[in-house]
Design a protein around this ligand. Structure first.
Ligand SMILES: [Ca+2]
Length: 366
């Protein structure tokens, strides 16, 4: 892709640079290791020291991760630059609920229970592809399309998989469309994203997750409006530049613009805010699938949008057409909007989304 074509900024943000990976692969405090022929207390002290060292190292890396995001943006704007791979954070097993703090914060489990037994909804993930080496995600992907010059719909940039994993964590019964619109360097063009949105909606997607940010384009706006007219809902990441400058498709009126919050309900570092932002969702230290059967952390409005896409999928599954216009995206959007709790932060729209409230509002008409 030519540099002048790739003027799109991906909202990608990792929790740590790949070059630091070996240092994080540290569960070296292995209590299952055979006992060494030393005095037990000495060994325990040694282990404690190692453990503390590891903690300090991980904390330092986490801090560097935030700083490194700015480099990610430079790289994204310069396709010739280095492309950071994702920071992987251990265990290829189902994560504990402690790690997935965002799910608890928006009451995702309760919302799932409230939506149990309803029809699954199809969510299109317009991103860098989805790696299907995760058993769970592989079982959820019902369609895959590649609009890039990459030879594969796989996720070599290690971003789309994480978004799909977050959506699937909120809405475990949804179906996923893998619409690869960003290439293996994380670059994409608005007209390609527009094409992907149209195709996804045409083939039945009700929720379209666009964790990508770009400049405005007529094709993109028309595609977002087409999705709305067809009864679908597009979710857009607000971006990670730490500014209030509008980015697209998030800023289009029929797209829900989502910014990110942390565990304290504060604005996540570098998350954009502004009058054009509709709402907030967890977007810091989000734990989800990565390619290679791994799990890891990411931070950014990408993950925040993915949370809202999951909520939208749940709400779609239970909503009814109350106003008789033959589509339910208006009812779903209202339920999502009204589920939000205001935050004491300027530029975060209606506030923090709540999945249970959204599903309840969609399920039981006011
Ligand atoms: Ca309606």
């Amino acid at each position: 892709m030519l540099a002048h074509e790739a003027h799109v900024v991906n909202t990608y943000r990792d929790e740590g640079p790949a070059t630091k990976l070996p240092a994080t692969r540290v569960p070296i405090v292995d209590d299952s290791a055979p006992a060494a022929p030393y005095d037990g207390s000495t060994m325990r002290c040694l282990r404690m020291l190692i453990y503390l060292g590891v903690l300090l190292m991980v904390n330092a890396l986490a801090h560097q991760g935030v700083v490194a995001q700015q480099a990610v943006y430079i790289a994204d704007n310069d396709p010739g630059g280095s492309v950071p791979a994702a920071h992987t954070a251990m265990a290829p097993t189902e994560p504990s609920t402690d790690l997935r703090w965002g799910l608890a914060r928006i009451q995702a489990s309760e919302a799932c229970r409230a939506a149990e037994g309803y029809q699954p909804v199809t969510v299109a993930v317009l991103d860098t592809g989805i790696a299907e080496d995760s058993t769970r995600l592989a079982g959820m992907v019902v369609a895959r399309v590649n609009y890039t010059d990459s030879p594969t719909t796989d996720d070599l940039y290690r971003h789309g998989t994480h978004m799909a994993g977050t959506i699937a964590a909120v809405a475990p019964d949804c179906r996923l469309m893998n619409i690869k619109v960003a290439d293996d360097a994380g670059q994409c063009r608005p007209e390609v994203v527009a094409r992907g949105i149209r195709a996804a909606v045409y083939h039945g997607a009700k929720v379209v997750n666009v964790s990508l940010c770009m400049k405005p384009s007529p094709e993109l706006e028309e595609a977002v409006d087409y999705a709305w007219a067809q009864g679908a809902l597009v979710l857009g990441a607000a971006g990670n530049q730490g500014t209030s400058n509008p980015l697209y498709p998030a800023c289009y009126p029929t797209c829900i613009a989502v910014t990110g919050t942390d565990r304290n309900d504060s604005l996540a570092p570098l998350s954009n805010s502004g009058g054009w932002v509709d709402m907030a969702a967890p977007g810091y230290s989000i734990y989800a699938e990565l390619p290679g059967g791994e799990y890891g952390f990411k931070s950014g409005t990408s993950s925040a949008a993915a949370h809202v896409s999951g909520v939208a999928a749940l709400a779609f599954s239970v909503a009814h057409d109350l106003n008789g216009n033959c589509r339910i995206n208006d009812e779903v959007r209202r339920a999502i909007d009204e589920s939000c709790s205001p935050l004491p932060i300027d530029g975060t729209g209606q506030g923090l989304i709540n999945a249970l409230t959204a599903v309840t509002l969609a399920l039981v008409p006011a």
